[in-house]
Design a protein around this ligand. Structure first.
Ligand SMILES: Nc1ncnc2c1ncn2[C@@H]1O[C@H](COP(=O)(O)OP(=O)(O)OP(=O)(O)O)[C@@H](O)[C@H]1O
Ligand SMILES: O=P(O)(O)OC[C@H]1O[C@H](OP(=O)(O)OP(=O)(O)O)[C@H](O)[C@@H]1O
Ligand SMILES: [Mg+2]
Length: 285
């Protein structure tokens, strides 16, 4: 039987969330400790556990068909690789930073300076576009220490909370790109495996939509129903059911989780009571 071959980071920041999203898609993976390859019991899929930085080459060679990888790595090493869907986790940016004490005006300040980074292509392209020439020092980790030990004048690295920059007395001065985990696809994927990919994509979409949404149940007096319903768009329109107590209704709907706290005060003011908010496991539109 044909299986789709997916690359997942062996260990590191993407590993857990990548396995979690497959699990939420109902895909069980037999996973022995220290195994570099595993198969799914209930979906035509083989999983390869690889280093994040090696994955673009595996995709290019067609050794794997798809991968869960940081968009930033594709920008650095995989311009020829397609993105099927953005996965909404491991959000970060790739930025230039300099010591806090340095007075910074513009990207032109990097002219002739030494920049330490693990993302040389990204920095080179960014600076070329701005007409700036700098001297790049490629290092694989602990990049933020470079200015403190006299290795570089500035750095380019991943920033999320900013705490690593802060602890190393650096400040972020240019955001070069924003990134999140994505499902990437090899250009060499066969038609047969594309059919499996489209099944997987359908499941991932349902999981991501569900993660973004909450199921809301509330009670409202019938004479306030119109005002309550106006605040609740729902998937099509809210469900309204009579309560056992005369003159009251129960309203059921789906709300985008980012909007929930905004809407709740308005709902209370409009007369809603006993508001319940529940997670949604899957959502098929
Ligand atoms: N602090 C962070 N916050 C959010 N996302 C991050 C952060 N650091 C890294 N990422 C994202 O997670 C990906 C994996 O990062 P991680 O540090 O685990 O691996 P790595 O050392 O770059 O790769 P490898 O697997 O080759 O060792 C990065 O490419 C980036 O997309
Ligand atoms: O802005 P922050 O929230 O501090 O995150 C940024 C840091 O996270 C990543 O390092 P990681 O912890 O993955 O270590 P690594 O260099 O060993 O990959 C990245 O390389 C930064 O150093
Ligand atoms: Mg890291």
């Amino acid at each position: 039987m044909t299986k789709i071959r997916i690359a997942i980071q062996k260990s590191g920041r993407l590993n857990e969330d990548s396995l979690e999203i497959l699990k939420n898609c109902g895909i069980s993976i037999d996973n022995g400790k220290d195994q570099l390859k595993a198969s799914s019991r209930n979906f035509p899929m083989e999983v390869f556990y690889l280093r994040n930085g090696d994955i673009p080459q595996y995709l290019r060679d067609g050794v794997v068909d798809i991968a869960i990888i940081g968009e930033n790595v594709l920008i650095e090493k995989g311009h020829d690789i397609d993105i099927a869907v953005k996965l909404g986790f491991s959000k970060c940016r790739v930025s230039l930073a300099v010591p806090k004490s340095v007075k910074y005006n513009s990207v032109q300040d990097f002219e002739g300076k030494r920049i330490a980074t693990s993302y040389p292509n990204t920095v080179k392209n960014y600076l070329e576009e701005k007409g700036v020439k700098a001297d790049l020092h490629i290092i694989n980790g602990s990049v933020e220490i470079a200015p403190n030990i006299g290795l570089a004048d500035g750095i380019c690295d991943i920033v999320s909370s900013g705490s690593t920059l802060f602890k190393n007395n650096l400040k972020e001065v240019e955001v070069m790109l924003k990134s999140e985990a994505v499902l990437a696809v090899s250009q060499k994927i066969t038609e047969e495996r594309k059919a499996i990919l489209s099944k997987l994509q359908f499941r991932i979409k349902s999981v991501l939509q569900a993660r973004q949404s909450k199921y809301v149940l509330l009670n409202a007096p019938n004479d306030r129903l119109d005002a309550v319903i106006k605040l609740l768009p729902g998937m099509r329109s809210p469900t309204v059911l009579p309560l056992a107590e005369e003159g009251w209704s129960s309203v059921h709907t789906v709300i985008n989780k980012d909007k929930f706290w905004e809407v709740i005060d308005e709902l209370k003011q409009a007369g809603a009571e006993g508001i319940l908010v529940c997670p949604i496991e899957k959502m098929v539109l």
